[in-house]
Design a binder for this molecule. Structure first.
Ligand SMILES: Cc1cc2nc3c(=O)[nH]c(=O)nc-3n(C[C@H](O)[C@H](O)[C@H](O)COP(=O)(O)OP(=O)(O)OC[C@H]3O[C@@H](n4cnc5c(N)ncnc54)[C@H](O)[C@@H]3O)c2cc1C
Length: 459
């Protein structure tokens, strides 16, 4: 029988949890698991994150951290890091059409105490990575999960990892989690089917100099060919500042947009968003994203799980992707973590399987609801043409009335706030000890974030 290939030094032969994919979902899960309280005598879970990219960032993803997402990040102790990295609090949404402001209102509904932040995605990943590493998580980069190791009865017992040299190494794990994005290998290896709906519009994303009269907030510029969203970027080292620009464009026209020269691009963008008429565009990193809605029919099979974009993808119009990914991660740690901590000696998977089923039973319907709400919002904002534009303007006007305002607050509450929080996870068998890198309790962390947000606004 041929001997198995040597395991490179970077890869442990066996761990408690192997997470395939080190984006927001995978790193979030690593942070959440390592922040769990554990029985006094129990060693921490050994957690391995496998990531193909050489470093954080480098893929364009979302920047908006809605209150339901920041609540998790604050709970894992990332609050000070978020602000130090330049996160901007977003309070207001302003809707414009033809250069005139139609509506201004609070974006975070009353009663929500966690903030809405924007921060470049690469910074969010860096913060999660630093937090996970500080808590003892092993993150190995430039390796890919290629296949799953299976035991008797087909149960997943580990992952086959391929390094840059193409050599495959087995890593055994009590739990394998696929956090490897929308083209998930793990999902494919588990045979989980996905329902897909492709949108007829796409998102052109680039940056522009920050207009002099722009105030931090979410600016929506309605246009009959597709609206424009503006969000602040953190101040740069040279004192200059930028805004991120998201233009809703027809699907399948990426080559056309990339082919425009600077002048034509500036004209096309300013035609939809007059505020940018005098702002220089930065097309470095400019990208046109095809948009789709996807939902896996199951999140768990054969003792393994998928989460984040591997399990569900939503239109970015509602800014829900990271929220859903971090929500998956927080709930998986809270519901499955205690079973992982308790059952180490005999490795009996029954408790783990029950916990995984409970997690899937909670998360999948929640996410299905969120996907429906985000889809409905996309149907309104993503519609183009003169009639759709008039309806959008009318909707903005309606939200400015008392009845429409009530409806708008209801929608914001549905999308932004937590209605069904998880109970704090308790220790599996014995009184808790402080985790290796203690995370601030969410309530205190949220209160502290409030004070810091006031300071950022005052600055
Ligand atoms: C244009 C755009 C704007 C968006 N705006 C927002 C927003 O404002 N707010 C919001 O909340 N969401 C937004 N989203 C969605 C959000 O960014 C994603 O839902 C979220 O980042 C998903 O995180 P993830 O970790 O599940 O997936 P990913 O970020 O895709 O991470 C998956 C990781 O797995 C790695 N990987 C893949 N295959 C393997 C393998 N075989 N082995 C090892 N590693 C592997 C990849 O390199 C990657 O790092 C936006 C998305 C887009 C495209």
């Amino acid at each position: 029988m041929p001997s198995p290939p040597p395991v490179p030094d970077a890869l442990p032969p066996a761990v408690d949890v192997a997470i395939c994919g080190g984006g927001v979902a995978g790193l979030g899960l690593a942070c959440a698991l390592s922040a769990l309280p554990r029985p006094a005598a129990a060693p921490p879970l050994s957690i391995l994150v496998l990531e193909r990219r050489a470093q954080a960032g480098g893929i364009h993803r979302g920047d908006s951290l809605l209150p339901r997402a920041t609540r998790h990040l604050l709970g894992w102790g990332l609050g000070p890091g978020l602000l130090a990295a330049g996160a901007r609090p977003i309070d207001a949404v302003r809707v414009h059409a033809r250069g005139r402001q139609l509506l201004e209102g609070p974006v975070v509904p009353p009663g929500e105490d966690a903030p809405y932040y924007v921060l470049p995605h690469a910074e969010i990943e860096r913060l999660l990575e630093a937090r996970a590493r500080a808590a003892g998580v092993r993150l190995v980069r430039r390796v890919g999960a290629r296949g799953l190791l299976r035991g008797p009865g087909g149960r997943v017992e580990g992952v086959e990892v391929v390094g840059p040299d193409g050599v495959a190494c087995p890593v055994r794990a009590r739990l394998v989690v696929g956090a490897d994005g929308q083209r998930s290998r793990v999902r494919e290896a588990l045979g989980l089917e996905v329902d897909v709906h492709d949108y007829d519009h796409a998102l052109l994303s680039l940056e522009a100099d920050r207009p002099a009269d722009y105030r931090d907030g979410l600016e929506v510029h309605l246009h009959r060919d597709g609206g424009v969203l503006l969000l602040p970027r953190p101040p740069r080292a040279d004192g200059s500042a930028r805004v991120s620009v998201g233009v809703l464009v027809e699907a399948g026209q990426a080559a056309l947009w990339h082919g425009l020269d600077d002048e034509a691009l500036a004209r096309a963008v300013a035609g939809r968003c007059p505020r940018l008429a005098r702002a220089a565009l930065d097309r470095q990193g400019m990208h046109v994203y095809a948009l789709s809605r996807r939902h896996a029919r199951a999140y768990v099979r054969d003792g393994a799980a998928i989460l984040g974009d591997a399990a569900h993808v939503t239109s970015p119009v509602a800014g829900q992707g990271m929220t859903a990914a971090l929500d998956d991660a927080g709930a998986l740690a809270a519901l499955v973590g205690p079973a992982l901590l308790a059952d180490r000696a005999d490795g009996a998977p029954a408790a783990l399987d029950r916990a995984l089923a409970a997690w899937e039973g909670r998360q999948r319907p929640r996410t299905a609801r969120l996907l429906r709400q985000a889809h409905a919002l996309d149907r309104v904002y993503g519609a183009r043409g003169p009639l759709a534009y008039r309806l959008q303007v009318a909707a903005a006007w309606l939200v400015g009335t008392p009845l429409g305002g009530w409806f708008g607050r209801g929608l914001a509450r549905a999308l932004l706030t937590e209605r069904d929080p998880l109970p704090a996870p308790g220790p599996a068998t014995a009184p808790p000890v402080e985790p290796a890198a203690p995370a601030a309790p969410p309530a205190r962390a949220v209160a502290r974030a409030h004070t810091q947000v006031q300071e950022v606004r005052a600055a």
